[in-house]
Design a binder for this molecule. Sequence first.
Ligand code: NAI
Length: 353
Amino acid sequence: MTHRVTLMPGDGIGPEVASAALEVVAASGAQIEWDEVMVGQPAIKEFGTPLPDAVLRSLKKTRVGIKGPVTTQVGKGFPSANVTLRKQLDLFANLRPVLSLPGVKARYKNIDLVIVRENTEDLYAGVEHRLTPGVVGSMKIITWDACTRIAKFAFEYAVERGRKKVTAVHKANIMKIADGLFLEACRKIAKRYPPIEYEEVIVDALSMKLVVNPYQFDILLCTNLYGDIISDLCAGLVGGLGVVPGANFGKRGAVFETVHGSAPDIAGRGIANPTAMILAAELMLRHLGESAAADRIHDALINVLSSRRKKSLTPDIGGSGTTQGFTEALLAAMRGLTESELTRPYAVQGRIA
Ligand code: NAI
């Protein structure tokens, strides 16, 4: 079956890692017809907006998209295309599996955490206003409905994937009303899932606990801003932003992407790690029901990473290679893998979706 998917390469390293993911998906056996649309800087140049109408039109038709990162200016400029996209399509759940990968130099081994982040409200929605000169307000909007549906999503995910524990992340000791409402919703939903352990941790203490002993957590259920920050912290536990994918789910569709941004410091140098984007493509293929194609990609990725050949790996994970070199090694592994070479035990245990 052929799937139509909206392709948004993004900007910065986005097009570099998106093109790697495209090559790998093409070799995976899945039949994808790409509907390519511009987002981010190229779209600003061409259409005067980072998120042209064509993007939403395409996603409303295909209901599945894959997106490279896009640059958002600091302190000025357009509202974030990511935030707008998530809000417009009501992609309320952001899922970020954080997994240790063999061959990737990292502080910890065998990490298997999942971040479930509310995607549509909180301070992260960027609802701000100037009260008087020198005085501004930034609204932390939290609603019962959004808290309930993200909590449900986390517990349903836990049941489906055989996970053991959900930790609600909050700061309700200070934001008693806003984070208090979030906790109230989480507690109500948790009661419906007695086999899943439920606990609550204050976000600052969580940051310390994750660095000291990340193994004590399983699913981290977060409001939007805490989820954003904790995601980067967790990426640091498994080797950095180059290796962590994400997915945004809503009732009307799904958009797959990386946790990392457009990395302007390395854009155009051909050394971006495409792993996160390739794992995002793997998540997308599983969502489309293309599990054989997703398995092929995952197994080849494990094969290349665990080879530890410096020339095949990018500098962020200790290699001396390029995005293209990494992609070629992956394509070669996909062509050459025999059943006996597949790293099944890891791949089965560590499958990301
Ligand atoms: P960033 O994630 O782009 O980069 C942080 C650091 O990680 C940089 O040193 C970068 O070189 C490195 N890095 C990131 N991805 C990498 C990869 N695949 N391979 C090797 N190294 C990698 O975060 P930063 O610099 O804070 O943000 C840059 C821009 O990206 C900003 O405009 C921000 O708003 C945007 N952004 C976009 C996101 C998205 O579109 N989903 C997510 C996060 C940030």
